[in-house]
Structure formats: C-alpha cells, structure tokens
Design a protein around this ligand. Structure first.
Ligand code: GDP
Length: 315
C-alpha cells in the first residue's frame, strides 16, 4: 500500500495535498506511484456531488464559491474546490483557485482549496483535475466544486467530469443573452444570474430570458430541464436556492447519474487512448511513414481515407 493511502482515506488534508502534488508531477517515477495510489483509493471514491462552475472573469465565481462553500461547510459538508485554468501555463501562476480569493473558505476546517495545476496543455490540466476529484472523494469530501473561466474549451472539459454544470451570468442592458456563447449555454444544467442585488428588475428579466432560451435549447424528452435562477453572491441571497436546485437535479437524475459518470469515464479513457496512439505515431518509428503519407495526401496521390488505410495496414 502507498504510504499516503491510509492518511488520505482517514481524511488528512495534508495527505490529500501531498497526493495531489504527486499526481501533478510529471516525473515518471512519481507518475507510477500516483497511478498506484489512485488505483488503491479508487474503490473509496465516487461519493461526492461533483459540480462544475463557470462564468466570465468578474461574474462573481470566487465570491459565489466562498458564499456557497462557507454555508455548506457550516452545515457539516466537507467541500473541495478545484480549478481548471489552462491559462496558468502562460502566466506561470494561476488566475483562479487562488486562496486569497476565498479568505473564509480557505481557513474553514471542512474545506480544501486547490489552485489549477500550473503548466501543461488543457489535456494535462484536466487529467490532473480528474485525478484530484478522485483523491478528494477518497479523503471524504462530499462536495467537489470544479471552477473554470468562462472562455474557451475548458468548460466542455469540466462539464465532462462533473455531475452538473452551473453557469454564472450577469444581467445587463438590452439583450441578456449577448455574450453568452451558445455552446456554453448548451452545457449548462443551471444558470445563475448573479449580482441580482445591484438591479433586481434587470435580474428578473435576465432570468426569464435565460429560461426561455434554455427551454429552446433542451432536446425533447430530456430528463432534466435546465433552468435559470438568480442570486447575490455578495449578500448571500439565493445562494441556498442554488444548492436546492442542485439537490433537485440529483433527485431527478438519480437513476441516470451512474450511467452519466460511466459514460464520462469511458469518454476520457477513449480520449487518452486516442492521444496515446497519436503520440506513438508522432514519436515512434512510424513518424517517417506518417510524414510521407501526409505528403502523399497533400499531393493528391492518396485520398485521406486511403492514407489512413495504408498507414494502419503494416505491410
Ligand atoms: P470572478 O472573477 O468570477 O471570480 O469574480 P469575483 O468573485 O472576483 O467578483 C468580481 C467582483 O464582483 C468583486 O468586486 C465582487 O465583490 C463583485 N461581486 C461578486 N458577486 C457579487 C454580487 O452578487 N453582487 C454584487 N453587487 N457584487 C458582486
């Protein structure tokens, strides 16, 4: 048994932090140890509510997580906050999941906050976040919040590793849906119009508009109808209502959540395999054949389908 396994399963925050650091390491010997540890604790994982949370910078994500997290932790829930932020690769530091952004939650004994792993591509960051979810669950965290910025590919990745995806939005003048990408709306199980305190009437209008947009986007026969609610992360109004909606989602989806998680795990496995096979081609002895086949496809000597067929039939 890995030495971190017992303290981790006993709920030690220190062991959890060390285990995540081990899983984030790119050194081959650490990778092997981390995988051994993960497979040991895997039977003890899976017991959390996994919530993805996104929204553009400034929408109030950290204020919201602080408010919801402190309330949940006060109720006795163990709350973990993880961040997916591939931009930390460029800035060298994380713009999200920074402990100073959630001062009360950070010091709460029932909470664990971990910034986004620095460095690596989105695939690397999401892999480490998935593994961190497993480790948090093994350490007894019953609520795992995975936060991401509201730009780019990271939402899709976070939606693919959580039970439900919450999109934080703002009310504004005119077209309320302006600026929210349709693709991101399609991922949302719940939209929260934040900062409702600053203009309650505008917040209600935004909520109504979002509700009809969500209705149109939802395929017929869907088990869960995504909906919009309003909240003020600053005053705390409506924050409990968001949690009630999360609970309702879990009740409605009760018979389907296990299947959703299985599909997510298999999807991730397939992604990893695809990546590994591709890397094998690029780096292995097939690299020259790959380049030659690409050239033939570009020159029109082979169709793309013929090219793939030729590469894969190792004559
Ligand atoms: P993030 O970038 O999405 O994490 O946003 P922050 O949580 O840092 O919030 C950005 C700014 O909006 C801060 O100045 C917050 O105090 C403010 N803010 C967040 N939530 C609310 C809210 O519900 N009402 C009001 N009036 N301000 C808020």
């Amino acid at each position: 048994m890995h030495p971190l396994a017992a303290p981790l399963l006993a709920g030690s925050r220190r062991a959890l932090a060390q285990a995540i650091t081990l899983a984030e390491s790119t050194r081959p010997e650490h990778e092997a140890q981390a995988q051994a540890l993960l497979s040991e604790v895997l039977p003890h994982a899976g017991g959390s509510v996994r919530v993805g949370l996104s929204g553009v910078p400034g929408v109030g994500k950290s204020t919201f997580i602080e408010s919801l997290g402190v309330w949940l932790a006060g109720q006795g829930h163990k709350v973990a906050v993880l961040a997916v932020d591939p931009s930390s690769q460029r800035t060298g530091g994380s713009i999200m999941g920074d402990k100073t952004r959630m001062p009360q939650l950070t010091v709460h004994p029932n909470a664990f906050i971990r910034p986004s792993p620095a460095g690596g591509n989105l695939g690397g960051v999401t892999r480490r976040t998935r593994e961190a979810i497993t480790l948090c669950e093994a350490a007894g965290y019953g609520v795992v919040l995975v936060e991401t910025v509201g730009v780019g590919q990271s939402e899709t990745q976070v939606a693919a590793m959580t039970d439900l995806f919450v999109l934080l939005t703002l009310h504004g003048a005119g077209d309320e849906l302006q600026g929210i990408k349709r693709g991101i709306m399609e991922l949302a199980d719940l939209c929260v119009v934040n900062k409702a305190d600053s203009d309650p009437a505008a917040a209600s209008r935004a909520q109504a508009e979002l509700n009809s947009a969500l209705h149109l986007l939802t395929p017929r026969g869907a088990i869960w109808q995504p909906r919009a609610v309003q909240a003020s992360a600053l005053t705390g109004a409506g924050v409990q209502g968001v949690w009630e909606a999360v609970q309702e989602y879990r009740t409605v989806m009760a018979e389907h959540l296990a299947g959703k998680r299985q599909a997510q795990t298999l999807g991730w496995f397939d992604d990893l395999l695809r990546e590994a096979v591709w890397r094998g081609f690029l780096g292995g002895q097939d690299a020259a054949r790959l380049q030659a086949t690409r050239a033939s496809v570009l020159a029109g000597e082979l169709t793309p389908v013929q090219g793939v067929g030729q590469l894969l039939s190792r004559a």
